[in-house]
Design a protein around this ligand. Structure first.
Ligand SMILES: *Cc1c(COP(=O)(O)O)cnc(C)c1O
Length: 210
């Protein structure tokens, strides 16, 4: 019988699983790599740099999934393949300045309009795209969001479908933007139904090892 990790890989086949590795030490990352998980996303610059160095021998696709402070861009921006949480022009300018080649980025959108959450509001996304349209080092590939932790399944589905709808509108002007980064351990199955292309999975991959 397949183990849990293999069944999650199969369930998400055709999509990209970004392992949210903030909970994982390098040896755990190596074990997941051996099981077929090759894309990892960190959300703190210091622990990213540490793990990046310790795992140099692995062909890991490193993404950055957390909030990134502009002042930290210089240290890490040329070591990642993708940024999931671009949401302000200052950060975009730093990336434009320090990145050597175009970086794939998702724009983080705050669908639920929570004060505490990062991300652009829905109506800010098209103006932001216009503002960064001439940036050569920023290649927007999609939109990212997070549902509220204690929402019902129906509320979560509403959030993910709202992001998908926003993507449809964005595509009228920017047809190359095609990806949706949404879904975490508790809600990735809903995200799959709603068209997620990138799932950011943490706890579910680390709990109850088999
Ligand atoms: C930790 C984290 C995740 C994964 O969360 P889990 O609930 O552990 O799956 C996804 N996205 C971001 C931005 C995270 O920080």
């Amino acid at each position: 019988m397949k183990n849990k990790l293999q069944s999650i890989l199969a369930e998400c086949s055709g999509r990209t699983i970004v392992v949210a590795s903030k909970y994982a030490d390098p040896s755990t990352i190596k074990a997941l790599y051996a099981q077929g998980f090759h894309t990892f996303g960190e959300n703190r610059v210091d622990s990213f740099l540490e793990k990046y160095d310790m795992l140099r021998d692995y062909a890991i696709h490193w993404h950055f999934i957390g909030t990134l402070q502009s002042k930290k861009v210089v240290k890490m921006i040329n070591k990642i393949e993708c940024l999931h949480a671009l949401d302000n022009i200052k950060l975009a300018r730093y990336i434009e300045h320090y990145r050597r080649d175009p970086l794939n980025c998702f724009i983080q959108v705050n669908i639920t309009q929570e004060e505490t959450k990062h991300g652009l509001r829905v109506e800010e996304v098209l103006p932001f795209l216009k503002e960064i349209a001439s940036f050569k080092k920023i290649n927007i590939i999609g939109l990212m969001t997070m549902a509220r932790a204690h929402d019902t399944e129906e509320q979560i589905r509403h959030v993910f479908l709202a992001l998908k709808e926003l993507l449809n509108r964005v595509q009228l002007e920017y047809p190359m933007i095609q990806s949706l980064s949404m879904g975490m351990s508790d809600d990735y199955e809903i995200a799959l139904e709603c068209g997620a292309t990138h799932l950011r999975l943490g706890r579910i991959l680390f709990e109850e090892k088999e």
